[in-house]
Design a protein around this ligand. Structure first.
Ligand SMILES: [Zn+2]
Length: 687
């Protein structure tokens, strides 16, 4: 079976590493002692933080987004706002093996128990490197047991009624950890250990039904699998999915995954189609999916897999939730299970964002006055599409989801709807390199923000000051011609790269450009370059080759190219979508300097996309003083095609159909001529 070894995190630059280190002061636990005393007028809210969980770190001390400062900043922020002083502060507690083994295999538990011991000193790095996005050091075992045990401790105390609600500020996170595998920074599945403990070990506490709400920006694949057949646990996850291209990179997080056997209908996924979802999108999902289902399910307890990597400013998440958004999401859950809610920290990598978001949640649990803020944006059109798909899929199990959503809600969207979705011609599961996304994310680890035009939230002003992307406004003033010789010759197909969406035959949606304005002009031209078809297959079009343009010209060749006049900003977004599926860019991959260089050099291979099939940008001259750029393979790839290392292959029927439509609707050729043109290009040897 193909495994996507997509990396959940990139390594960071030294500069950002140093900055992170300088930012956070280590705080000792001694500032607040364990206490049982608090004002009787307030709700009893438990809180666990244990500095020992900070000992889990990268073996060489290199910067990593999942680092000890994450929990320190949260604790500092709460201290500075007198929160622990108003809570029941509990000491961290290690989980017992038998409780961890309720959801993990014996092998896995043995590995995590022993990984930090001396005997593993020489093997530790090797073992980590075979896992997906995992590191280990001497502190990992203890931290893993503390994280799982601490969530269990809070959950048990809330179930007993000692506490009204509680939070566990723990790391390593847990929701990616599967029965027999650590992955995605997660060693033990903390939330799953706690939930299964209540259900199986402490039935006398009366918790028979647990709602797990996973609002981390990534799918909680581990938790889903652990309760897949179990109707006692309703697992709800809202996450970026992008048709399986966002971490963890499988179809597990799609809305069609609803559980099995007695658990059918008790697994709900809300898969975002793109980044940038914010308060309005999440609250729409709450109102139209989660809350109606929770009413019917009537949980005895709610455990939130509380990742804060969907927060505005998160370097990995690319979403726009604000502290206000989190507070409203949590407040709406307080109406259930008599407010018995436990938050367990999962992801979240912008230190300011996670601290502010966590604080907002604490204020809700303590029933402080509401966090200020407002939602002035509408959900994305894609959000309504996803909500409706989820409701339709689950309405047989949750009749409240069967009603139509009022049209006035769904018609408030602003972006146009395309009905189809694949990404580029070049995506290929068979040859896709495991770390494409992480390479791209190297550029994306700092604040990835578009101008914050849609929401106005007072609490986030300070965040926004550091989070703009000035390159976009600069490059939006420069026009280029993007020249297409493949399926993008068909305008509706190309528009998916600008406006987002998908067209007939495509299995995946495009995320589109940040700038959704259509091309200013469209023109056609014939170039003296060789068109040919190769590679094995694509997810979008199935088995068969896709179009490439020989990067060098040759007098005997003739290829039709459709020229779209777009901005250099949009070109960057197109480049990205042609080569990788993730959509985080805080700096351009093809900037003004690149544009200048390419007019002299003729072509420029983009190192960051070097595993993409179309990472070579080729300059084809000017049209009315505007440079014409296309993207294709490199000269060295041509040699690989000639040697047979890359297969030459005729295009699949549906792909041909799209090319022919492009040429015919573009007024270049008749249908018969277009078919003959493609046939010739796909049968002629490459010389
Ligand atoms: Zn996450």
């Amino acid at each position: 079976m193909l495994r996507y070894f997509k990396s959940l995190f990139p390594s960071l630059t030294k500069r950002s590493r140093d900055r992170e280190r300088d930012r956070v002061r280590s705080v000792s636990m001694g500032e607040v002692e364990e206490s049982g005393e608090m004002k009787s007028s307030e709700r009893r809210v438990g809180i666990i933080y244990d500095e020992k969980m900070c000992k889990h770190n990268t073996p060489d001390g290199d910067y990593h987004p999942e680092n000890p400062n994450r929990i320190r900043v949260i604790w500092n922020k709460l201290l500075a706002n007198n929160i622990p002083q108003r809570c029941v502060v509990l000491n961290g507690k290690k989980a017992e093996d038998k409780h961890v083994m309720a959801v993990h295999s014996k092998n896995h538990v043995n590995l995590i128990r022993n990984i930090s011991s001396k005997e593993f000193d020489s093997r530790r790095d090797g073992i980590a490197s075979k896992l997906n996005s995992i590191y280990f050091n001497e502190g990992s075992s203890e931290a893993a047991y503390l994280a799982a045990g601490s969530v269990l401790e809070v959950v048990e105390r809330v179930a007993k009624g000692d506490l009204n609600s509680g939070v566990a500020i723990v790391r390593p996170p847990g929701h990616h950890a599967e029965c027999n595998e650590a992955m995605g920074f997660c060693l033990f599945n903390n939330v799953a250990v706690a939930a299964s403990f209540l259900l199986d070990e402490r039935p006398e506490l009366g918790v028979k039904k647990i709602l797990i709400v996973d609002w981390d920006v990534h799918h909680g694949n581990g938790t889903q699998k652990m309760f897949w057949n179990d109707s006692r646990v309703l697992f709800f996850s809202v996450h970026r999915h992008e048709f399986g291209s966002f971490y963890p990179g499988t179809d597990d997080g799609f809305y069609t995954m609803i559980g099995e056997g007695p658990g059918t209908g008790y697994n709900i996924n809300v898969p975002w189609e793109h980044a940038r979802c914010g308060d309005a999108d999440y609250l729409a999902v709450w109102d139209h999916i989660l809350i109606p289902v929770a009413k019917k399910f009537d949980p005895d307890m709610i455990i939130v897999s509380a990742g804060f990597d969907a927060a505005l400013g998160d370097p990995l998440g690319g979403c726009h939730l604000t502290p206000y958004g989190y507070s409203v999401m949590l407040k709406k859950l307080m109406d259930f299970a008599q407010g018995k809610i436990v938050l367990a920290l999962e992801g979240g990598y912008n230190l300011e964002s996670i601290a502010n978001s966590f604080l907002a949640c604490m204020k809700v649990l303590l029933e402080d006055k509401p966090v200020s803020g407002s939602v002035e944006a509408y959900p994305f059109e894609s959000t309504w599409r996803v909500i409706q798909a989820v409701r339709k899929k689950l309405s047989a199990y949750w009749p409240a989801l069967a009603d139509e959503i009022p049209l006035k809600l769904t018609s408030q969207n602003t972006s146009p709807l395309h009905v189809l979705i694949p990404s580029s011609d070049s995506e290929d599961e068979g040859t896709k390199a495991p770390n494409i996304v992480s390479e791209n994310m190297l550029t994306a680890v700092q604040e990835v923000m578009e101008p914050f035009s849609k929401l106005k939230v007072e609490d986030s002003r300070d965040l926004l000051a550091t989070s703009s992307t000035p390159w976009r406004s600069e490059l939006s003033k420069i026009d280029i011609w993007y020249a297409s010789f493949g399926s993008n010759m068909w305008k509706p197909r190309f528009l998916c790269y600008i406006e987002g969406g998908q067209v007939d035959g495509m299995k995946k949606a495009c995320s589109g450009s940040m700038d959704r304005n259509p091309p200013k002009e469209i023109s056609w031209k014939i170039f003296p370059h060789r068109l040919f078809f190769g590679r094995d297959s694509t997810r979008t079009w199935g088995p068969g080759g896709v179009a490439f343009l020989h990067p060098e010209s040759s007098v005997n060749e003739k290829t039709y190219l459709c020229l779209y006049r777009i901005t250099l900003e949009q070109f960057n977004d197109v480049l990205l979508q042609e080569n990788v599926s993730s959509y985080n860019m805080n700096s351009p991959v093809f900037d003004l300097a690149a544009l200048k260089a390419i007019t002299k050099k003729g072509s420029l291979s983009l190192e960051i996309f070097r595993r993409g099939w179309y990472h070579n940008v080729v300059y084809l001259g000017n049209e009315r003083d505007i440079p014409i750029l296309t993207m294709t393979c490199e000269i060295s790839d041509i040699e690989s095609f000639k040697r047979g290392e890359f297969p030459m292959r005729p295009p699949p029927t549906e792909y041909v159909h799209t090319l022919v439509k492009g040429l015919v609707e573009g007024g270049q050729l008749s249908e018969e001529e277009a078919i003959a043109y493609i046939e010739e290009a796909s049968s002629k040897p490459l010389c």
